[in-house]
Design a protein around this ligand. Structure first.
Ligand code: M6R
Length: 364
């Protein structure tokens, strides 16, 4: 049932404030302002490294979480594509753990990666949406994301609920390792509790995005840029646009622009810049100046401070409320998803069932 929406994807985008509040409700003690996880089969305090592996959108959720585990837990993380991880024969030792992330819990390469990590003697945490799935059954501990059924082939609410779950796990690591103090945990939990409201605000950008999408729909290629934990969101934005609008898109870390992709910039190539006003914002401003100087059109997703600080060439701004940087990848997902959605609707593609794609990839 699509409710009042034209597509399941739209319904699932709009559901996010509600479903993510369930996810947080499950992993947070709201009164105590603490994270509460199920019992873990390892002591986070003694974990020396984390491998994260998944495919597609789930991989990008893992790539965001890498920043959180490293910042909150000071634990080294390596994030890898499951189809590479499973064959790479990377040496895994029992003092490390592996986290697999999968909406369906049936993705062949992710399952094979889980089995490889177990063979190496590691404990495996599965972050899954389908609790009865093979990955959930075989993992040592399951952290359900509680997003509810996701019908659209393009993953939306599963991504943000994966982020919410991983953020809670990262905070738990930070506390166990003594990197985060009790007061830091309270502050982060309060920030998490604001996410549903911030997402509701973000959804109000939809009409503006619909207008922007008319020009995007005419593009042959689109570049997405982000830095820090918003870099994986640039990758996710590009994936989403490719999947449902069939427009070629690429995501890059802002710092990589001058190492190659800048050669592609001209007035025909829109650049979506995902940049809240954080400690690396100034670096992104230089990227935008480089794009503007070559006639590139910019769509800047930012906050009021970021919007006020940018005064270059042709920039269209999508302005979100100010928020703590940890929650940015969750909330900024909304405009990123809406950009892909509205562009695809204008192109007239089959948004919920794009060509050549399956919801669950159970073969290699
Ligand atoms: O079910 P999974 O989360 O394991 O699926 C992984 C990918 O196949 C999936 O995220 C895919 O990239 C989506 N179509 C993205 O929108």
């Amino acid at each position: 049932d699509k409710g009042n929406h034209r597509h399941f994807m739209a319904k699932e985008i709009y559901e996010q404030p509600e479903v993510i509040s369930h996810t947080f409700g499950h992993y947070l003690d709201l009164a105590a302002e603490t994270v509460t996880l199920p019992e873990l089969p390892f002591d986070p305090k003694t974990v020396t490294n984390i491998s994260i592996t998944a495919c597609g959108t789930a991989l990008y959720a893992g790539a965001v979480a890498e920043y959180w585990f490293e910042r909150f837990g000071r634990v080294p993380v390596s994030t890898d594509i499951a189809s590479e991880f499973r064959y790479r024969e990377t040496p895994l030792t029992p003092d490390g753990i592996t986290i697999v992330i999968s909406q369906s819990g049936e993705t062949a390469d992710t399952l094979a990666s889980l089995r490889y990590a177990k063979e190496c003697g590691q404990k495996v945490v599965a972050v899954v949406n389908v609790p009865t799935s093979t990955i959930a059954r075989e993992a040592d501990v399951v952290l359900p994301i509680l997003a509810g059924p996701e019908i659209g082939v393009a993953s939306t609410k599963a991504f943000t609920c994966q982020l919410a779950t991983l953020a809670c796990l990262a905070v738990a690591f930070g506390r166990a390792k003594g990197v985060l103090e009790e007061a830091d945990e309270h502050k982060l939990v309060r920030a998490f509790m604001e996410v549903p409201r911030l997402m509701t605000e973000a959804l109000k950008l939809s009409p503006e995005i619909e207008v922007l999408a008319r020009t995007l729909a005419k593009a042959r290629d689109v570049l997405y840029l982000g830095r820090g934990s918003n870099y994986p969101l640039a990758l996710e934005g590009a994936l989403k646009l490719k999947e449902i609008s069939y427009i070629h898109a690429e995501g890059y870390a802002g710092g990589e622009l001058k190492h190659g992709p800048i050669a592609l910039i001209d007035e025909k190539m829109p650049v979506v810049v995902i940049a809240p006003h954080d400690r690396i914002f100034d670096k992104t401003v230089s990227n935008m100046e480089e794009v503007a100087a070559r006639g590139g059109r910019i769509i800047l997703v930012t906050d009021p401070l970021g919007a006020a600080a940018v005064d270059v060439g042709a920039v269209q701004k999508l302005i979100l409320p100010e928020m703590p940087s940890t929650v940015c990848p969750m909330v900024y997902s909304i405009p990123v998803q809406l950009i892909a959605y509205h562009t695809a609707v204008i192109m007239g593609t089959d948004v919920d069932q794009p060509r050549n794609l399956a919801k669950s990839v159970t073969v290699e």
